[in-house]
Write a protein that binds this ligand. Structure first.
Ligand code: PGA
Length: 237
């Protein structure tokens, strides 16, 4: 399974290094073989040796250039960062990224052979409009994305479940994941208010290959507990 943490605009550089050190130590001593991914803020990106994949929450699709406030490939390569989160709902809805700009970002980082965690998810009004509307909406978020890219992981994160403490029912998560698996052939993560307490029941669902966790992963002990849960599930315990 894949267990990913998105720090968003939380954590410092110092705090991130401590988090990663605790996490690596845990994975080693508990013999956890699940894939852990951590997306710290850009200021905390650093070369990282170990089992954990460290990725960037965003980057501009250029080597370098006049893109004020952005980081490009040059800044990522300095720290051997080859993993990126693309299409997160906060970037789509708060920062105005369009599907077109997201697709060109995807194409650029695919060309650079990055591991891409690509997020999709519907707002509440779409969910309330029913299953057909939901799937039609999610498909628009897959437009221009090469779903056969071998380093692609998709994360399904309903916008209304992110940071709200509310999740779809387990049946609804499973139904959406099964439907998405009819469209994509990649690992599929669920995200949106996953916590230490509900991680097990979510990861146990069909067609769920892991989780993408925001606030519930800010405490490293909680994140470690979710990795342990993933390991137990995979071992069938
Ligand atoms: P949350 O965020 O776990 O805080 O709901 C998830 C995400 O945005 O990836």
């Amino acid at each position: 399974m894949i267990v990913a943490a998105n720090f968003k605009t939380h954590q410092t550089r110092k705090g991130t290094f401590h988090y990663l050190a605790v996490l690596e130590d845990f994975l080693l001593h508990e013999e956890i073989h699940q894939q852990a991914i951590v997306f710290p803020p850009a200021t905390a990106l650093e070369h990282h040796d170990g089992h954990v994949l460290v990725g960037t929450q965003n980057a501009y699709p250029a080597q370098n250039g006049a893109f004020t406030g952005e980081i490009g490939l040059e800044q990522l390569e300095e720290f051997d960062i080859h993993t990126i989160l693309i299409g997160h709902s906060e970037r789509r809805h708060l920062l105005g990224e369009t599907q077109e700009s997201i697709a060109s970002k995807f194409a650029f980082f695919k060309e650079q052979h990055f591991n891409i965690v690509y997020c999709i998810g519907e707002p509440l009004d779409v969910r309330e409009a029913g299953e057909d509307a939901l799937m039609a909406y999610l498909q628009t978020q897959l437009e221009g994305i090469d779903l056969n890219y071998e380093r692609l992981t998709v994360a399904y994160e309903p916008v209304w479940a992110i940071g709200t403490g509310v999740t779809p029912s387990l049946e609804a998560i499973e139904r959406t994941h099964v439907a998405l698996k009819g469209l994509i052939n990649t690992p599929l993560l669920y995200g949106g208010s996953v916590k230490r307490d509900n991680a097990e029941e979510i990861m146990a669902l069909n067609a769920v290959d892991g989780i993408l966790v925001g606030s519930g992963a800010l405490d490293v002990d909680d994140f470690c507990a979710m990795l342990k849960t993933a390991q137990h599930l995979e071992e069938g315990e």
